[in-house]
Design a binder for this molecule. Sequence first.
Ligand code: FAD
Length: 447
Amino acid sequence: MATALRLADGGHRVRLLERRPFLGGRAYSFPETSWDVGVDNGQHALLGCYRETLGFLERIGAADRLHWLGLRVELREAGRRGVLDAGRTPAPFHLVRALGGYRLLSRAERLRAATGAVRLVVAWKRDPARLARETVTELLERLGQTEAIRRRLWDPIAIAALNVHPSRASAALFAVVVERAFFGRTRDAAIVLPAAPLADVFGGPGAAALGRAGVDVVARSTVQSVRVEESGRVVGVRTRAGASYDADAVVLALPPPAIARLDVGGRPASAVLGSWVGALQTSVPIVSVHVATEAPVALPAMVGLLGTTTQWVFHTDRFREGRRSRGSLLSCVVSDAGALEGWDDAAVIDRVGAELAALVPELGPLRGARFHVVRERHATMAATVEATAARPGVETPCPGLVLAGDWVRTGLPATLESAAASAGLVAGALDRLEPLGRPDLRRGEAA
Ligand SMILES: Cc1cc2nc3c(=O)[nH]c(=O)nc-3n(C[C@H](O)[C@H](O)[C@H](O)COP(=O)(O)OP(=O)(O)OC[C@H]3O[C@@H](n4cnc5c(N)ncnc54)[C@H](O)[C@@H]3O)c2cc1C
């Protein structure tokens, strides 16, 4: 959506083909009829430093459907709690304030964590190539971050940001997150939550804005092949239903597993586009357990659980408008959820329910609560060291065929922000096509 809008705003004539009946991609919601609210496919959290995403939401008229929580997160482990709270402290002291009050770490550990954060950013600036070869755990160990500091501070941030355990996740991507979130303005570190079901923040307003911008959206239309003429130039796409569309340029804004299924000029995409197609086939699941309680509960907006399968509990009443008419809606998140593969819903609910009972006692007995498990098997690409190195730029060996999406080489983890950032890279790539003999591209068509 961000790419289509960006190109339309830049004067291109754009057609967007979408496999599903609605827009929004991996950030969507659906009505849970018996709960009288929309339920998200998974709780999405933005950061104040998501400038591209926030700009996109502004552009589609949905920026007011966000709740700015600030940097205020409670983390719990058996019998203990700590709160990371930056308040309104101006940068750079907001980080000191947030860490200074975090009681899950001793005073010495807090100091070590603060210096670790600074050293991390310095290490990133001095030798990005080294961080590109390291995992988050290797980097943090190198910077003297003890097991306790990692487990109680860095690991929950890394898993939330990268959706891969720190022992496998790319240190380079983590450094980017730390720098952008914690070493900018106080508002960059703010957690920003959708104040409405995702369909009313992304897909719905996005589709309306695309319509206003003149983008021709064709839903229920699965692209099956990219048409390439003899010279190697891309000339359009064909859909599974047999429809054929001509285009001066084609932007594949699909995740790598969907790209791998495409035929490009009569050959498998992997043979034409490069080895990254094969290298980026592993995706990482996120499992969400939505809990509709019988009675309203008193809980902060966002609580992190340590040492449990459940990593975060979002209390959506605190940030969502249009709540349930009775009770509360909680959203429990398990990122990097491969360990739950093969578990049936009852087993997942039992596990999450037991962890809530142990660490979130204010919920009381969850008698009468209803649960809804959502499994997103292909939530994000694996932000491992190897996969991160394999991410391609937006340009391909086929003139006129361009890539977009959260997984292309934006320098960011595979997030909403990366997807939105890829739009700018695509616009630049199409502009660079013009000198190659297609001066009329702006009046042409991008599909
Ligand atoms: C449960 C969950 C939680 C998440 N939490 C966060 C979070 O807290 N913060 C964050 O920033 N990000 C989060 N993400 C990641 C975020 O949703 C993605 O980074 C973002 O939506 C990716 O956008 P995209 O446009 O690159 O890809 P997608 O959203 O996947 O869009 C690709 C589109 O292409 C369509 N498509 C696929 N194949 C074809 C075809 N052959 N023809 C036509 N159309 C096709 C798909 O239907 C889809 O609509 C989360 C993701 C999940 C699943």
